[in-house]
Design a binder for this molecule. Structure first.
Ligand code: PBG
Length: 324
């Protein structure tokens, strides 16, 4: 009770504030998404994601060296696939010499200790732009899951440390874990996009990879954002099926979900600050309406405060620069 209790005492100087501070950021909190394209000497800025690039493998090599030197130790790989290689079965996704498989090998060759995570979903490979195989306008679950398991195995064979299924098909974690075990990839981990919502925030990513759905939307597999409880159900099932880490996506509008999971599950939780969140931050900063560094930092801290121990973010390098 006042004046015995004066809460401002613990805010009285930066030294005191930092003494009682509950959250910190460190470079090892971050997962850095990287976009690979075919070709050489390609480094194209993504229009809706200022200062973020699609890179050919020669540039990707330099990028991972730079990331490692900054203390950033985990990357999440995505690929942009030429239209001519897209079909309805994800054939190219299983090509041992495909862009993803070469990108994985390149990162592991360049910086062997770098933790390499890979996106597992059919959308960049799909002529329909959907995460699964389409039959009569429906995204079919079980045949998709078989291909996803093969895709995960192919990434593991190329050297991936973690596969990250982002497709939201039912049963895919069990199928992937089972196949990895059968093929002796006991140490290949699974980061599951467990609570992935059907969100408008993925727009810039889809234009970056040319992976927007050709018809309809993703609401029959990604979660309905009006709901909380099914996020817990999805995460619990994924953990039973063998997920090592569970992810919530998007990030900032879903802090309640991160907190719910953090209260209920015992595996590490990752948050994904997605492309639309990054685009909003950059756009407002370019207008001079907000201060990029300050707001980025505040948002990243919010993920930690909500209970995430890992953050996939396009701001990782900027964040490390300001951490000093
Ligand atoms: C593909 C995938 C998407 C993202 C990550 N993996 C897009 C989608 O589901 O349509 C979004 C990432 C972002 O917006 O930053 N399954």
């Amino acid at each position: 009770m006042y004046p015995i209790k004066r809460n401002r005492r613990l805010r009285s100087s930066e030294a005191v504030r930092s003494m009682v501070r509950e959250q910190q950021l460190s470079p090892t909190d971050f997962i850095v998404p990287l976009f690979a394209v075919e070709g050489s000497d390609v480094k194209e800025e993504i229009t809706s994601m200022p200062d973020y690039y699609r890179m050919s493998l020669d540039h990707l090599k330099k990028e991972v060296q730079e990331l490692w030197s900054m203390g950033l130790k985990t990357v999440l790989l995505f690929v942009k696939v030429p239209d001519t290689l897209k079909d309805n079965k994800g054939t190219e996704a299983l090509n041992p010499k495909g862009l993803m498989q070469r990108a994985i090998a390149l990162v592991k060759e360049t910086v062997p200790e770098m933790v390499v995570m890979t996106d597992v979903a059919l959308d960049p490979y799909s002529s329909f732009g959907h995460d699964g195989i389409v039959e009569k306008g429906v995204i079919v679950n079980d045949t998709t899951v078989e291909v996803l398991a093969q895709m995960a195995l192919s990434h593991a064979q190329a050297g991936a440390d973690f596969v990250a299924p982002s497709d939201m098909m039912d049963g895919r974690i069990l199928a992937i874990r089972t196949l990895l075990e059968q093929e002796h990839f006991h140490n290949t981990g699974i980061l599951s996009y467990s609570a992935k919502y059907a969100s408008g925030f993925y727009g810039p990513f889809r234009s970056a990879l040319d992976s927007a759905p050709g018809f309809g939307d993703k609401k029959t597999y990604q979660m309905d954002f009006h709901n909380r409880k099914e996020a817990l159900l999805e995460a619990e099932l994924d953990i039973e099926e063998g997920a090592d880490i569970v992810m919530v996506k998007p990030g900032l509008a879903y802090l309640d979900i991160i907190r719910d999971l953090s209260n209920q599950v015992d595996v590490p939780i990752a948050a994904y600050q997605v492309s639309g969140e990054y685009a909003m931050l950059k756009a407002a900063a370019q207008k001079g309406w907000i201060e990029y560094d300050a707001i980025m930092y505040e948002q990243l801290i919010a993920f930690k405060r909500a209970g995430a121990s890992l953050i996939a973010t396009y701001c990782a390098k900027d964040a490390v620069r300001i951490l000093g």
